[in-house]
Design a protein around this ligand. Sequence first.
Ligand code: 0WF
Ligand code: ZN
Length: 552
Amino acid sequence: MRWDSEERRSGGHREHSIDDMGTKIIYFTVNGRPEQAEFPVDCPAQSLKDLFRSAAEAGPHDILKLYNPKGNIINISPALEPNAPNSCYKLEVVAADCNSEPLGILGLKVKRGILGDFERKLQSLEKKILIEAGETPAIVYEMKKQVDSFREKLESVEHLSWLGLFKDLSEGAHKPSPFYHKRALHKTREECEHVRETFLEMSSLQVSEEVRQYLKTPTFDNWQWEDAEIMVLLQVMYTDLDFTASFNIEAEVLQHFLFEVYRHYNNIPFHNFKHCFCVTQMMYGLIWLTDLRNKMESVDLLIMLTSAVCHDLDHAGYNNAYQINARTELALRYNDISPLENHHCAVAFEILEKTESNIFRNLAVDQYKRIREGIIKCILATDMTRHNEILNKFKSILPAFDFNNKEHRDVLMMILIKVSDISNEARPMEVAEPWLDCLLQEFYNQSDVEKLEGLPVTPFMDRDKVTKPSSQTGFIRFVLLPLFIELANLFPCLEQHIIHPVRKALDYYTEMEKALERESQNWAQSENAAKAKETAADGHADDAASASKPDQ
Ligand code: 0WF
Ligand code: ZN
């Protein structure tokens, strides 16, 4: 019995999934890596699970899930349907042993899992009894068996929402699932140091005029740049908008600030440092494209750019609905009112509280106050539950928009950060599409955890309910276009830069949706045809059987 990664395989894929020796071959991917498992059809279930565990490099107590190509969870058992290399299953470690290291979310430690706790207690009990009595009593074996059987159930049941029943109702009840380990959320010290050193080495180099101009357009491709380079590009934005000169921001302080910002974005699929950069770069592009430097005060532009930089600081990959439903520390702290956005903002001002990273340290108290008020307003405006409120306010002032009116400017600033925040689809398809994959990865992860914890599952995050095109067509039609069109009403020059590409994206995903529908119809038809053939064959067999029976 063995598993093989593609690199390790000497020959190509085999044609059949069960060979003449009664060996089954299952093709699957783990962390995007193609693997194949070979095992005798009559092998014990536990051995097969261990095989998959080793392929996933999972520990004995980690929880694995296997998905078929349709995205449904399937049981890891010797009865697994053999498959072909082009219809791989997907193996995921959905929950890792909580005992290996403490969990961390948003910098706060959470309690270990009850299953892990129980096992730990059992182990220590067993050790004590062994020392005192010299042997493990049957009752301890029985309890260990029960824990194993519980874990077994977790791995094989399709819908795990009943797990809510097992939630610890005492201390730690508001914490994330005890069965889910949020892996490597924070950047390591080594990772940060490496990026900081590279950034500092590069920051004295000149960025070419060509890159400086490219940086002002929504066609900019973030995927071509490393994190340290991205930090240099952010520095360029502050200098090219003359902020460093106008607000007396020392190069060293700006670098320190940008490094702290980098450090406080987490290693998660979507709301990470690259997203921070994209949002800031879109804001920067909008400032240049709409010639805002000649329409608004420099301090307002500084507020907008810095808000974009800080707007998702320390995001852990779980949205406000999750925070509120799971009664996390953040929801408790902010009384369910935009917990995430309040947190991002608070982290921003923690960074700015430190003299060495306070880019506003040379400003007068009144100006600092104005900037703080502006940043808070902008970051809090990124809570999508306030979308209609803010858009309607903008629509109501648009017919008589006045750049000299503070209230009008404030609403415009909120609209600009909102547009920048959700603007991926305004970018070229090869830049935008990977972002959607990242977002869905983060959404699916949240809904998996919601299922594990027995919390309400947000429908547009449910891997069983949404596809790439279905998630995007509604969003573009009902959220993106109505918002972008209003901004283009104020700045008609934006039509070609943000509306055209978004319409193109809508066409692209509408076509993809149709193709998927056709494919599933074809699949259903061939399934029905196969069933009909089977039924007919059964009928013939019955006829033949009754014909061959002697008369009674
Ligand atoms: C996947 C889709 C979606 N698509 C995006 O391009 C995008 C950019 N930002 N976001 C996006 N979401 C969100 C990240 C956090 C907040 C905004 N989502 C939106 C949802 C699926 O579907 C709809 C559809 C219509 C109305 C509301 C949500
Ligand atoms: Zn964001």
